[in-house]
Design a protein around this ligand. Structure first.
Ligand SMILES: [Zn+2]
Length: 186
């Protein structure tokens, strides 16, 4: 078991490899998500170990010609995680669309997207994370040079600067697991 290349997935290869594994730091903090291949490499090379959070997740079976390797849905790094320097990205179309998941923040439309100043420039609105949102052409046009109140429009959520990817992942991870746990209780 030294090379992951020896593992051949016999059924639904693409499905299996599309699954992802949550990676925890040595200090048990959820840090990101990797695909199955990457998880296998980390496990086989000893850089990670299976992590059981007691949340009843099932392992993902990967078949080799002679054995089945079970990849847990959560792994914990046994080596120190290299924390790359991260800065809040500058406000631009690509980053704003990414933050807003390519969705109009007024109506949820995912087509003909533009950037909108929540507080219009003419009224002192700035080109900053808390004042720029993704808006479809229709919403942008109907809002025009008005404030939210004047236009009678509401935002789906208040705009804010993106957070560190690790923080974002941790928030999403615990949110999903809380939903899972709540689902079990009912
Ligand atoms: Zn819209």
């Amino acid at each position: 078991m030294t090379k992951t290349g020896k593992f051949i997935v016999t059924t639904n290869a693409s499905d299996v490899f599309r699954q992802s594994v949550a990676v925890f730091s040595k200090n048990y903090l959820p840090i990101n998500q990797v695909n199955l291949k990457r998880a296998l490499v980390l496990l086989v090379s000893g850089k990670a170990e299976p992590l059981d959070l007691g949340n009843n997740t099932t392992s993902i079976p990967v078949h080799s010609p002679t054995m089945v390797f079970l990849v847990p849905q959560q792994i914990r790094l046994t080596v120190n995680h290299k924390n790359r320097v991260w800065r809040v990205p500058t406000v631009n179309r690509r980053e704003v669309l990414r933050r807003d998941k390519h969705t109009c923040q007024y109506c949820g439309n995912t087509k003909h997207l533009t950037l909108d100043h929540v507080m219009p420039t003419s009224k002192g609105g700035t080109y900053t994370w808390d004042n720029i949102v993704t808006a479809c052409e229709k919403c942008n046009n109907s809002k025009g040079d008005s404030t939210l109140q004047e236009a009678g429009m509401t935002l789906q959520k208040p705009p804010k600067a993106p957070v560190h990817p690790i923080v974002a992942f941790a928030e999403q991870f615990w949110r999903e697991h809380k939903i899972q746990l709540e689902g079990l209780e009912n």
